[in-house]
Design a binder for this molecule. Structure first.
Ligand SMILES: [Zn+2]
Ligand SMILES: [Zn+2]
Length: 233
């Protein structure tokens, strides 16, 4: 693990140099930005000499990122078109699965990108949407970027070691530095206020014989007596 950490730190250094390179490019307006990134650059066009000469490295980086992402299978979980969706489990039953989730979470954290973590053990609906998206009973972790399946821990760590993960995450907004959500402490779910997490509610009205109704299932919360955090969802 120490060796791995060293490699991560090495990568972090290279990220900061790319960031400063990006920051040195300032566009006057949107049109200039679009022209820069979207117009095909012709090497023999004298107008483009300067662009190619000064920023050749960044241009090729951008083009590579675009083509790199399209190499991955188009599999888009709900709401995942433009974002990073990360399916995990917080159950420690299978140690490897739990550790694999931590490994990817650590990597995403080191790039400080905004991502949507969906813990299937907290919310059955997440597991069902993962299975629907992939057409089978898949075990987390699974990482999706902009509607494409990147893979599980082996794929993600492999891509990171080849320096490709940062390219795939290019253009993803940075995560806010304000720490975990105040509403849920980063758990993304809170205990249901209607049933206190018991999943059962007793109706108040008594029937003709004066017997109170049997408890019924709470409709406000999920199978674990949890509701999505109103602050961060
Ligand atoms: Zn409830
Ligand atoms: Zn929250």
């Amino acid at each position: 693990m120490k060796g791995m950490r060293g490699r991560f730190l090495g990568k972090l250094k290279s990220i900061s140099s790319i960031t400063s390179l990006t920051q040195s490019l300032v566009f006057q307006d949107n049109a200039a930005f679009n022209q820069y990134f979207e117009t095909p650059i012709l090497a023999n066009d004298p107008k483009n000499e300067e662009i190619i000469g000064n920023n050749n490295m960044l241009v090729s980086k951008k083009t590579e990122n675009h083509s790199l992402l399209v190499e991955f299978e188009e599999k888009c979980p709900p709401g995942g078109n433009d974002s990073v969706i990360f399916y995990t489990t917080s159950l420690r039953g299978i140690r490897k699965t739990y550790e694999d989730c931590n490994t990817i979470r650590f990597l995403l954290g080191s790039f400080r990108v905004l991502y949507d973590e969906r813990d299937v053990s907290m919310h059955l609906e997440f597991r069902e949407e993962l299975w629907r998206t992939l057409g089978g009973r898949v075990i987390p972790p699974r990482l999706f970027i902009k509607g494409r399946l990147i893979g599980g821990v082996d794929e993600v760590v492999g891509l990171h070691e080849e320096g490709k993960l940062e390219e795939l995450l290019c253009g993803i907004p940075k995560s806010p530095a304000s720490g975990p959500c105040k509403g849920c402490g980063g758990m993304r779910f809170v205990l249901c206020q209607t049933c206190n997490g018991s999943r059962k509610v007793v109706l108040e009205e008594a029937d003709e014989d004066g017997d109170t109704s049997l408890p019924i299932s709470c409709v406000e919360c999920n199978e674990n007596g949890l509701v999505k955090c109103p602050v961060c969802f």
